[in-house]
Design a protein around this ligand. Structure first.
Ligand code: GDP
Ligand code: MG
Length: 344
């Protein structure tokens, strides 16, 4: 599972940069070990959510021993409490009720199976929108411009740090553009990440027009023949008309300098903020042409059901999830692993 890949690398082993002196088998084993570890960490991150659906369901069933109306009421309450969203909850319950009345669902295994099916179908439906998770980028696209947007504090800068490290480790030339020129701290924080990852950072003094910084960064990225340019932006929702004008200008500059740029616009959402975050996200969708979601802080909440609400209500795929503050705490979002993790 590579985070980002070139067309020419499509068949190539993505972990080859881990050490060229090693045999392909050794490297493959090592990459698999990394993926396994990420899987374990992801499962840990959704443990609280799993507890609030799966474990509670088991407890209720044990005392009641049958799936009746009272049981379904409890199920509804549990689903709502994980921020899965009202419309998703109704969709799931509707399907479960049908299954119960047709005697297809008589035990917990069948009930969980049906719930998994419904949740997966929602998550898969949104994958077609936006940029698909298995992005394979043509060699002619250089630099691939990835714009990162979202409200202050959701985890944009942290995600960019993690993402740049991972994409670089997969053998790509990465650069970062500090276009959140509103807060001095934003640039300082990016500087730390860029040094840690060994990825060049293009920045200017606080207050500079973000579009001017982006222009600079695009020029440098082209001069250095960089594969990917990741752009940090400011998230001042309270000043929406400014934000809109700013993003518009940045997009104009980007597409003028690089054909079809930005190629991807990731909206970062903080899982802890739940339905509130979803509302902020909607406002962002109105000003930026978002192609995918990064869901951060999944490790800090029992309301991990928000992933499904986001997919259903925004109709956008979740590309990555943040599962901690460390550089390795970012993983691709896999609907199967997520849904299995909720019910395992
Ligand atoms: P920005 O304002 O959108 O750029 O947000 P930052 O990247 O500065 O992040 C805000 C805070 O959230 C920081 O303290 C980060 O360490 C923390 N954070 C970001 N992503 C995650 C995550 O996936 N899990 C946890 N637990 N904390 C995170
Ligand atoms: Mg920031």
């Amino acid at each position: 599972m590579a985070f980002w890949r070139r067309k020419k690398n499509k068949e190539a082993f993505s972990g080859s940069i881990l050490g060229l002196d090693k045999s392909v088998e050794e490297l493959k084993a090592r990459e698999e070990a990394i993926e396994r570890e990420l899987g374990v960490r992801f499962n840990k991150a959704i443990a609280k959510t799993r507890h609030s659906i799966n474990d509670k369901l088991d407890t209720v069933f044990e005392s009641r021993k049958k799936i009746d109306e009272a049981f379904l009421d409890e199920l509804e309450e549990m689903l709502i409490s994980t921020d899965i969203g009202v419309s998703t909850t109704f969709q799931v319950l509707d399907s479960v009720r049908k299954g119960v009345s047709r005697a297809e669902i008589t035990d917990m295994a069948a009930l969980k199976g049906r719930m998994k099916e419904e949740l997966l179908s929602i998550l898969h439906a949104s994958e077609a929108a936006g940029v698909a998770s298995e992005t394979v980028v043509d060699e002619s696209v250089k630099p691939y411009v990835l714009l990162v947007v979202g409200v202050n504090g959701v985890g944009k800068t942290t995600t960019i740090g993690k993402l740049s490290q991972r994409i670089k480790n997969e053998g790509n030339e990465v650069m970062i553009c500090a276009a959140d020129t509103f807060r001095a701290a934003a640039s300082e924080q990016l500087e730390i990440w860029s040094e840690r990852a060994g990825v060049p950072l293009i920045q200017q003094k606080q207050g500079t027009d973000p579009a001017a910084v982006l222009f600079d960064a695009l020029k440098s990225a082209k001069a250095r023949d960089a594969d990917v340019l990741i752009v940090d932006t400011a998230g001042r929702l309270h000043n929406k008309s400014n934000l809109m004008a700013e993003l518009e200008k940045m997009k104009r500059i980007a597409s003028r300098e690089v054909e079809n740029a930005p190629h991807e616009t990731l909206l970062v959402i903080d899982a802890v903020t739940g339905q509130n975050g979803l509302e902020q996200a909607r406002q962002f969708m109105n000003v930026a042409e978002v192609t995918g979601i990064v869901l951060t802080k999944l490790d800090g909440t029992a309301k991990g059901g928000i992933a499904v609400a986001i997919s259903k209500e925004l109709n956008l795929p979740i590309r990555y999830v943040g599962i901690g503050e460390g550089v390795d705490d970012l993983t691709l979002f896999d609907p199967e692993i997520y849904v299995d993790g909720l019910f395992e």
